[in-house]
Design a protein around this ligand. Structure first.
Ligand code: ZN
Ligand code: ZN
Length: 175
């Protein structure tokens, strides 16, 4: 029951078939600094979020991750040899990949039971003049390296951050 409901709410086909959905971005090209890792998104992201968790800090070698979240079906992933994937923490729900040539964080693939498969693309993979949505929120804000001087909601703690992520996913899929 839950599985069916989740699938109905979150599946990409539901999204694509829903004429009310308006996406804020057109198909976009993503590329790392060296250009060896490049791929395309078919439409705009579901939402953008800033994650301060320690895994994101380590993966990005930065104070936080600034990511755009897509339904997996709408991203053409780069070829396997272009990206080095790693699981930073069990269970392996998220595979995080860096460009095999320049090491830039390039793409993250999220796959977990009962959840839609998602692909997350760092903001830095889009050119700086590419229009992207404003961030929906900060999550894992309790792990922040420094305070964020903005008006976006700030969610702290593991459970609340996970729930916030789910909420933005549901809202985006209902748009
Ligand atoms: Zn994170
Ligand atoms: Zn590269």
């Amino acid at each position: 029951m839950l599985r069916d409901t989740t699938r109905r709410l979150l599946s990409s086909s539901h999204l694509i078939n829903d004429s009310r959905v308006t996406r804020s971005m057109n198909p976009s090209e993503c590329a790392c600094a060296c250009g060896a890792t490049n791929f395309e998104t078919a439409g705009g992201p579901l939402f953008r979020i800033i994650c301060h968790c320690t895994i994101c800090q380590r993966f990005n070698d930065a104070p936080y991750a600034d990511i755009l979240v897509y339904p997996a079906k709408e991203v053409t992933l780069p070829p396997d040899e272009a990206v080095d994937f790693d699981t930073y923490r069990p269970p392996p729900n998220v595979q995080r990949g860096k460009c095999a040539s320049c090491g830039q964080p390039a793409v993250e693939v999220f796959a977990a039971p009962l959840m839609p498969k998602l692909v997350m693309v760092p903001r830095s993979m889009f050119s700086s003049d590419q229009k992207v949505p404003q961030p929906a929120a900060h999550i894992f804000y309790d792990k922040r390296v420094s305070d964020a001087d903005d008006e976006y909601p700030k969610h702290e703690g593991y459970i609340r951050s996970q729930l916030a992520f789910m909420k933005y996913l549901l809202v985006a899929n209902r748009r």
